[in-house]
Structure formats: C-alpha cells, structure tokens
Design a protein around this ligand. Structure first.
Ligand SMILES: C[S@@+](CC[C@H](N)C(=O)[O-])C[C@H]1O[C@@H](n2cnc3c(N)ncnc32)[C@H](O)[C@@H]1O
Length: 474
C-alpha cells in the first residue's frame, strides 16, 4: 500500500467509520510510515548518484529495496492490531538505516546487509490474551495499544498457519465449555492467556508432516479440565488425519501483573518436550524455554556463525538458553569442547536431552566433544566461563552485556585467557552499539563482519550478528 493510499484509507476510516480523532496508534503508524518513506526515498536517491558517492568516498551499499516501499505485509489486522508496526518496505525497516549508518559509516564495514526470509507465516510462537469482547464473544488476540482491550487476529499473516488453526479451535472450545475469559478489573474468569508454538512433526519414516501446536493455557485457577479434555479430543485429528495439537500444558499465573506466564507448569496431554532442527542440530524445548519465534531466520544466522568457527575450536556459549547456538556449532564445526552458561535453570533439562541426542550422532562420526552446561550469570566470573575458549558466543537479552562481562572482554585478561574471537548476536540494537563501541574503543578488538537478520518482519527490528577478532598486541 502506498503512503498516499494508506493516508487516504486512514482518512476514509476516520470520516466514514470513526468520526473521532485518530487513535495514538494510528498517529504513530502514520508518523512511522512518513519517516520510513522519507528514508527509503533518500536511499533511492543515494543509489541513483553513484558518482557523488565515489567523490565522497562513501562505502558501497547493497542494492535498494525492490520497488517503492518493498514487500508488503498485507495483513487485514494491521491497523487495529498492536503486533506489527511496519507494513511496507519489510526488507528495509526503519532500524536498518541506523544499523547501516553505524556499521558502514562509523565502523568502516564495506556493507551491512539484511537477510529477509519469509515475511508471512514465520512466527512459530505466539502469546495471545483471552478476553471478553464488547459483544460478549470470546476474543483471542493482542491488546490494543496502551489498553487491556484484546483485538482478535484470526487471519494474522505473520503467524504460522498452525497457530491460527489452533487459536480457532480454542475459541470454539472455550465457548462450548463455557470457560470464562479473564477480566482484569473484576479479577474473575479462568483463562488469561494462551501460548501457541508450532512444532515440526515427522512420520515414522522421517517424512515431514503438517506442524502441530504445543498449547499452553494460562489461568489463575485450575478449573480448566473440561476445556483441556475437549481440546485434546478434537485437536488429535485434522481433516487430513494429522494431529493439530502436539501437547497441552497448564500454566498458573495467580499474580495481578502484566507478566504473562506464572511459575507453575503442569503437562496435561502429550509429550513434555518438542523438537526443532536448527543449525544442523536437534534442539529440544519445553513451553517455558526461550526459543526464537522465527526459526528460518535463526537457521540462516546459525549458518553464518558456523563460517566463523574453525574446526577444532574451543567454544563458550555464554547466554545459552537451551543451548541452540553451541549445539549447532558442536554439530557442524567439530569443536574440542563447548561450555554453555545460562542464568536460567529451566534451560538445563531440554539441553540434557538435545546434548544426549547429539553425542550419539557425533560418536557415529568419531567425534566426542565435551559439552558442559553451567547455570550461572555470564558476568559472575567471566574469566572462569571463558577460560581456554577460543570462540566466545554472546546472545544476551535486549539490554546487552553485563558490565562485568563487557569490562572483562575489554581488558587484557580476555586475550590472556585464550579468547580469539567473539560472535555477538544482538536483539537490541542500541545496546549492541554501546557494547561494540566499548569493545572497539578498548583497542583490543576489531570488527570483522556484521550482518542483519529480519527475525520479526513487520516490526522495525534488526537482529544483528557482529563478529569481532582479538587484536594481537605487539
Ligand atoms: C536472547 S536469549 C538467547 C538464548 C539462546 N542463545 C538461543 O538462541 O536460544 C538470551 C538468554 O540469555 C539468558 N541470560 C540473561 N541474562 C544472562 C546472564 N547474565 N548470564 C547468562 N545468561 C543470561 C536468558 O535467560 C536467555 O536464555
């Protein structure tokens, strides 16, 4: 949709359906759209002026986004749902301009590119609110911005289709069983949220089947037995004979807070762990495990990481979660050992399963890397966690590296401990800018490579992999 059409659509809606002023979300989307279009236009101009670029000795940039505005989201819920904020130019979200400026202009890299995979159906995990709609119906969807009013998104185009299918089944079952959606004002109702995760399925011969869904019912009470039984019965068979539900869990969240998941879990039906093939390794995960929602993009990112790990390396994976990155490197790069460090103990049980499966596979190839998992903060003792590791992998939360870890990496101790390179995967660009500036400013690291991955097409988000090498001191 062009800017003019989008503006006309908003204007039209404002006069025909909503005489009231545009909502804060609509104003923000329009502002985003204007800024995004200006940046795209600027970029197109730069591309049309190669002469000027050469005169100014600016680094070359990759080709401009295809067509004005690039690929479009084309989601029927875009204007009302708070999930996505960018619906055109998905191959050049606003944050990409900042990332390019930082890596190309400030760090001197010749080009910073963004990998964009599927823009539709990529989201393999969704957390949705369950609330009563204004017309008394059950709504399963996302909150409108700055409210606790849920908007139904049954045709969301970024959800994996199995998620939409399971959400539709859930809505029917909730109504059939008379389950009361949660009401935060009254603190009544049984079902607060659901988490839906698409799980790869295979038949006994290993052929891929339609993905099924690991479904979590988040409630403040335990009175969901009849809903669970009904869901499990109906969810066992799609019209094509494959199961729609992989497993069914209850999670209890008694607190009055915005935190979706509570501390207590109960498996109601099906297997406790689900498996995904990522970066050449089979990764087990439970419903409470961290996992990237966009597995295809993570798979590409892992393939790039593998190019920066030499055979026979020693690796410390410092924000390991269930071990996805380290296990992928163990499966593909023949390391001598991988040390996993993770602050949250919930990653350990799935890791044990994935590690055991990988060990068996590697033994058949005559490889036996040591795989050790430690539940600890990476910054608690960086010297210990990184000791002897030639490659350090960091994949911290949005706030970036802990001060103690960053300080250690910027000190002579890192090279003295044997560290040679750092693979830093970042989900928070401002934090990465800060941490990269500290690393480069210390004079002990040089930036070898950086690349972006669109982990959340539809959002102004760039997941960044930055590869640093230790500068050998003379
Ligand atoms: C973005 S996730 C990445 C997980 C994993 N690398 C993956 O790809 O699935 C960040 C992880 O860092 C963990 N974490 C957060 N703070 C940490 C810390 N100070 N030390 C170690 N791990 C931490 C979180 O619990 C979470 O599992």
């Amino acid at each position: 949709m062009s800017l003019a059409v989008a503006e006309a659509a908003y204007a039209c809606r404002a006069t025909a359906e909503r005489p009231a002023a545009p909502t804060p979300r609509q104003k923000r989307l329009l502002r985003n759209k204007r800024q995004h279009s200006r940046e795209l236009e600027q970029r197109r101009k730069e591309q049309r002026l190669p002469q000027k670029q050469e005169q100014q000795q600016e680094p070359p940039s990759p080709p401009p986004p295809a067509g004005y505005g690039g690929p479009e989201l084309q989601c029927p819920h875009f204007a009302s749902c708070s999930g996505c904020t960018v619906d055109t130019g998905l191959d050049a979200p606003p944050l990409l301009h900042e990332a390019r400026a930082f890596f190309e202009r400030d760090c001197g890299l010749p080009a910073f590119t963004l990998h964009v995979g599927n823009i539709h159906g990529w989201r393999q995990r969704a957390r949705l609110a369950v609330r009563r709609g204004t017309e008394g119906q059950t709504v399963i969807g996302l909150f409108e911005e700055r409210t606790h009013m849920a908007t139904a998104i049954p045709s969301c185009v970024v959800h994996h289709p199995a998620i939409n299918e399971a959400a539709a089944l859930l809505q029917q079952a909730v109504e059939a069983c008379g389950v009361e959606p949660y009401d935060e004002g009254q603190r009544t109702g049984q079902l607060r949220y659901v988490q839906l995760t698409a799980v790869q399925q295979r038949d006994s011969g290993g052929a891929a089947l339609a993905p099924a869904v690991q479904l979590v019912l988040v409630s403040s009470s335990s009175r969901l037995a009849s809903l669970a039984d009904q869901l499990w019965r109906v969810g066992q068979r799609r019209p094509d004979g494959t199961p729609l539900l992989h497993s069914l869990w209850a999670n209890f969240q008694p607190e009055r807070s915005n935190k979706i998941l509570g501390p207590e879990w109960r498996l109601l039906h099906g297997p406790d762990l689900a498996w995904a093939r990522l970066g050449g390794a089979d990764i087990a995960f439970g419903p409470g495990s961290f996992m990237q929602a966009n597995r295809e993009a993570m798979d590409c990112c892992l393939a790039v990481m593998q190019q920066y790990v030499a055979p026979g390396s020693t690796i410390a994976d410092l924000h390991a979660g269930v071990g996805t990155i380290g296990l992928s490197l163990a499966a593909t790069c023949r390391p001598r050992w991988v040390r996993f460090v993770e602050i949250n103990g919930h990653g350990l049980p799935p890791f044990r399963q994935s590690g055991a499966r990988l060990r068996l596979r590697l033994l058949e190839r005559g490889e036996a890397p040591q795989l050790d998992y430690h539940v600890a903060a990476a910054g608690s003792d960086p010297g210990r966690w990184c000791h002897g590791a030639e490659v350090v992998v960091c994949d911290p939360p949005r706030k970036g590296l802990e001060a103690a870890l960053l300080g250690w990496l910027c000190s002579p101790a890192a090279a003295a401990a044997g560290v040679r390179s750092l693979l830093y995967l970042s989900c928070g660009f401002p934090a990465l800018q800060h941490d990269a500036a500290q690393l480069l400013g210390s004079g002990r690291w040089r930036l070898r490579h950086a690349r972006g991955f669109a982990f959340f097409p539809g959002a102004s988000h760039v997941e960044t992999l930055a590869v640093f090498d230790v500068v050998q001191q003379g």
